[in-house]
Design a protein around this ligand. Sequence first.
Ligand code: AMP
Ligand code: FE
Ligand code: FE
Ligand code: ZN
Length: 282
Amino acid sequence: MRIDLHAHSNASDGTDSPAELVRNAVAAGLDVVALTDHDTTGGYAEAIDALRGTSLTLVPGAELSCRVEGISMHLLAYLFDTEEPAFARERELVRTDRVRRAQAIVERCRALGAPIDWEQVRRIAGRGAVGRPHIASALVEAKVVASVDDAFTPEWLANGGRADVPKRETDPVEAIALVRGAGGVPVFAHPGASKRGRTVSDAVIAELAAAGLAALEVDHIDHDEPSRARLRTLASDLGLLVTGSSDYHGSRKTVRLGANTTDPAVYEALISQATGAKPVTG
Ligand code: AMP
Ligand code: FE
Ligand code: FE
Ligand code: ZN
């Protein structure tokens, strides 16, 4: 079984449509893929439709934007009830604030001399939840930077960079309660991704474990071997499961589907905790 529990479509900042993501997951030899767009479930219907005639299992999910002690962090949520009102409202508030914030970032970029505009970013983002990667693509189009990665520097869009503007982000203890309240399963995404900025302390991770966190995403492209080893020990100390996943974003990042995978026994343990929804097969 090849299980990849973290992938983005163009419902947020990936470049594959949800249907293309499903086709690419099949082509990559995956048995299970989770659709985890930032703060939205907007890709579900198309992805579920595309499962027909395949033997792929889809785990509907999302990746929530959180912040604790001034540090931005991501919480994966799987198999929650999309209709549960408290959690649905929080996702909507974050998505709405993404638009305000993206417009503010575009203004900063323009003030810094980058010839991009909001219409361009809106076109690049399409119907997707807008984020910095879309603005990064606009900066690439405008030949301000050579690649999306090159836009994530202190010069431009990196956390705390010249053009960065914070967005509404949920306290992770609250987010965990919202996910569990909607019958979902919360997993800390790339907790050791230090190239993005400061990472959350072990003490905070212990608090999140006590608040109902299910797992740490340990096997991730942004973690080197020592940081994986450290996170594995921490997970074991805190009684947390350990997942692995690609964090695929289509052509916006170089990582391939299935680059990291989750152990089948861990997958079973995670889905057995979910009461909000079930994995979907074609
Ligand atoms: P946002 O959700 O708008 O704050 O943008 C965050 C997204 O930008 C992440 O989900 C990644 O897809 C991307 N990202 C964050 N940091 C980096 C980085 N250092 N290099 C490339 N992409 C990044
Ligand atoms: Fe992303
Ligand atoms: Fe993330
Ligand atoms: Zn992600």
